[in-house]
Write a protein that binds this ligand. Structure first.
Ligand code: FES
Length: 109
């Protein structure tokens, strides 16, 4: 199903990033939201733009599993799962994955 503001032919993303945005309270279990996944979500589009990377979609998602090592994200179509993503390693991750076409091994699960 497509959004009414989108034509079917426009769904041509070359990549899709899902960022865990679960946000549990500090007194609860660890979560990606508590570790800053909101800032990661906000930064991704700007970094993609700076790197000249087009047609990559970004969405928040629910828990991906290793909550205590968030922020966690997964990139499709490759299905590569990254963990311990921070604002200071995000650019290197995106550049490696989308510009160089190489998995960013330092953060790969
Ligand atoms: S809260 Fe993000 S992986 Fe569980």
């Amino acid at each position: 199903m497509f959004c009414s503001s989108m034509n079917k032919g426009q769904f041509t993303a070359k990549g899709h990033i899902f960022v865990c945005v679960v946000n549990r309270p500090p007194s609860s279990e660890p979560s990606c939201g508590a570790s800053g996944s909101g800032a990661i979500m906000d930064a991704i589009p700007m970094i993609l733009l700076e790197l000249g990377i087009e047609n990559v979609r970004v969405n928040g998602c629910t828990c991906l599993g290793p909550c205590d090592s968030g922020t966690n994200l997964v990139i499709y179509p490759e299905g590569v799962f990254y963990t311990r993503v921070r604002r200071d390693n995000l650019r290197d991750l995106l550049e490696s994955h989308f510009v160089q076409g190489e998995v960013f091994e330092a953060l790969k699960v």
